[in-house]
Design a protein. Structure first.
Length: 255
């Protein structure tokens, strides 16, 4: 997927047509708090974290929300105003020669903190810029990577639903779950979810190419489908490439 376009401060990122981010989890980022000489560090880590999250094309990022800087945050108010699923906030402190950054992710549906972590690094070990970049990178990867906190939450929720009730991201996570365990049962569930997603949203190249890839997998390994053919896989790949010429998964199917 292509990177998202540049966003304005405090506003959601805009996406190209057919982006799955239009249907994906939304995260509000509250500026990390840091008092005195820690304020610049907090600004830098917030900026780097937002920049890192926006590189995940299946996420919607709102922020940093400057109006909530250094004030008590009411999660319910942010959810009502910005319609976000998650809120990320943090605190930057120093203790002697050590920099300590605490990050917290809250699920607005429950109000519960679903993840928190404290990162600590000696300021004498490397440059401040390297430390800030490393910590923000760890936060981003922990939250947004394939096995990260947010995908894991959405994936676990999807496993409790029938495929007719899944949204696009949940269908995608069903497919990724199959790739993890590679059983015929998981494959059939993934295909059902992707077929439903394509029926509802045929304009999403990634979903088209994933279903095509699943059909191609069946052609090569006989995963138990009764109707899908290699021609179906090629047709879906062609549709995906027509919508997004850079879709690598579709290009792989076309060979």
């Amino acid at each position: 997927m292509q990177d998202k376009t540049k966003k304005q401060k405090g506003l959601p990122v805009t996406h190209p047509p057919g982006s799955i981010a239009d249907y994906g989890p939304t995260i509000a980022v509250i500026p990390f708090s840091g008092q005195g000489f820690n304020e610049d560090k907090a600004v830098n880590i917030t900026t780097l974290t937002v920049a890192g999250l926006t590189r995940f094309s299946d996420l919607n990022i709102v922020g940093p929300l400057m109006k909530y800087k250094d004030i008590a945050v009411e999660i319910g108010e942010i959810e009502r105003q910005y319609h976000v699923r998650f809120v990320l906030q943090g605190l930057v402190q120093t203790s002697g020669e050590a920099l300590r950054v605490t990050a917290i992710l809250t699920d607005t549906r429950t109000g519960f903190k679903v993840w928190s972590e404290t990162y600590e690094c000696e300021l004498t070990e490397r440059s401040l810029a390297e430390i800030e970049e490393n910590i923000s990178h760890q936060i981003v990867c922990t939250l947004a990577d394939y096995t990260g906190v947010i995908p894991s939450i959405i994936s676990q929720e999807s496993m409790r639903k029938h495929f007719d009730d899944l949204d696009i991201h949940e269908a995608i996570y069903r497919h990724e779950h199959f790739l993890t365990i590679f059983t015929p049962e998981a494959f059939i569930a993934a295909v059902g979810a992707l077929e439903h997603a394509v029926e509802i949203h045929p304009e999403i190249p990634l979903v088209l190419s994933m279903l095509g890839s699943a059909y191609a997998t069946h052609y090569m390994l006989d995963m138990g489908l009764t109707s899908a053919t290699l021609k179906d896989a090629e047709r879906l790949a062609q549709q995906a490439v027509a919508l997004d010429p850079q879709c690598q998964m579709a290009q792989w199917i076309e060979g």
